[in-house]
Ligand binder design. Structure first.
Ligand code: PEP
Ligand code: MG
Length: 325
């Protein structure tokens, strides 16, 4: 891996026919930015901001949040930094919001749903994000969107936050890109409708697999279903990529699948143009991208969309990979 990093670290993430596939990193704290830069990544595709909230006894203040977001943006001021708004609830309970007993937390008051109940907490985060936007190239991303109304409500609150700051004379960038995670099958099914209302999509395969297969991502008894190579998952990814392309929006991926080099030819062939992963995976995926021809990957992807099982898809991708080792 170190040798791979040394050989491709400084080279562009480009296919043999010159298509750029942006490679970014997933981070949890501003301290992770050193690793992002060392990995030769081009930015941040997912900053999971819940880590700022998790080890606290109260909601972090607007000032504290501005500091953290600015630190991440300023570490790579001319690169794309996608910051996800709070994804609490579900398996990430916070002591100060939510925490109501639920029979099915993964299907309950989580992420954007929780934020729309605790709007003061959400608004504070949105204000902090806008205030931090002056430090770099901020992209705001909402998690767990399932309906167009959820997206419109979140955007309306962002607009309110912007209007407040304008009134207060606080500077912020007025052209911050706004996107959503596609991690609920409902969103994948209406990707064409949602695409009209966003600047970008980022596919979260960890939850998209869980909700598509109706299999708890932590439950070992149903682990055989928790596989991003399951045909329904692959087809949903294809559907999202197609809808985004038609609307002229970019589509990336920030779930675990994005960092799996076995999946790279398929994801490139389906039309994804950004992949966000753990820093360690960046050189490995870049190495693979630099071997691929776009037209060829599109043919493979078409063919793979017709396969019947996850095992068939994996076998096909292993055949493809073996030609490149
Ligand atoms: C995902 O669901 O794929 C994702 C990236 O979000 P998280 O793992 O934080 O739920
Ligand atoms: Mg998720």
């Amino acid at each position: 891996r170190a040798a791979l990093l040394a050989s491709v670290g400084h080279l562009p993430s480009e296919t043999t026919d010159g298509h750029h596939i942006e490679l970014a990193c997933n981070i949890g704290t501003p301290g992770d930015m050193e690793k992002v830069i060392a990995a030769g990544a081009e930015g941040v595709g997912l900053f999971r901001t819940e880590f700022l909230f998790l080890d606290k006894t109260s909601v972090p203040t607007e000032e504290e949040q501005v500091e953290s977001y600015k630190a991440v943006l300023a570490a790579m001021p001319d690169k794309k930094i996608v910051i996800r708004t709070l994804d609490a609830g579900g398996d990430k309970q916070l002591p100060f919001i939510g925490g109501l007993p639920e029979a099915n937390p993964a299907l309950g008051l989580r992420a954007i749903r929780l934020c729309m109940v605790y709007q003061d907490v959400f608004k504070t985060q949105l204000r902090a994000l806008l205030r931090a936007s002056v430090a770099g190239n901020l992209h705001i991303m909402f998690p767990m969107i399932a309906t167009v109304d959820e997206l419109l409500n979140a955007k309306a609150l962002l607009k309110e936050a912007a209007e407040e700051l304008t009134q207060e004379g606080v500077p912020f960038k007025s052209d911050v890109a706004v996107g959503i995670m596609v991690e609920v099958p409902a969103a994948a099914a209406i990707a064409d409708i949602l695409a009209e209302e966003v600047d970008f999509f980022s596919i979260g395969t960890n939850d998209l697999v869980q909700y598509t297969m109706a299999a708890d991502r932590m439950n070992e008894h149903v682990a055989y279903l928790s596989d991003y190579f399951q045909p329904p998952v692959v087809r949903l990814i294809g559907n999202v990529a197609k809808a985004a392309k038609k609307a002229g929006k970019w589509v990336g991926m920030c779930g675990e699948m994005a960092g799996d080099p076995l999946a790279t030819p398929l994801l490139v062939g389906l039309g994804l143009t950004e992949l966000s992963m753990n820093g360690r995976a960046v050189p490995v995926v870049k190495h693979r991208i630099r071997q691929l021809d776009i037209k060829q990957t599109e043919k493979w992807a078409d063919d793979i969309l017709g396969l019947r099982t996850a095992a068939d898809i994996k076998k096909r991708l292993e055949e493809i990979a073996s030609a490149y080792e």
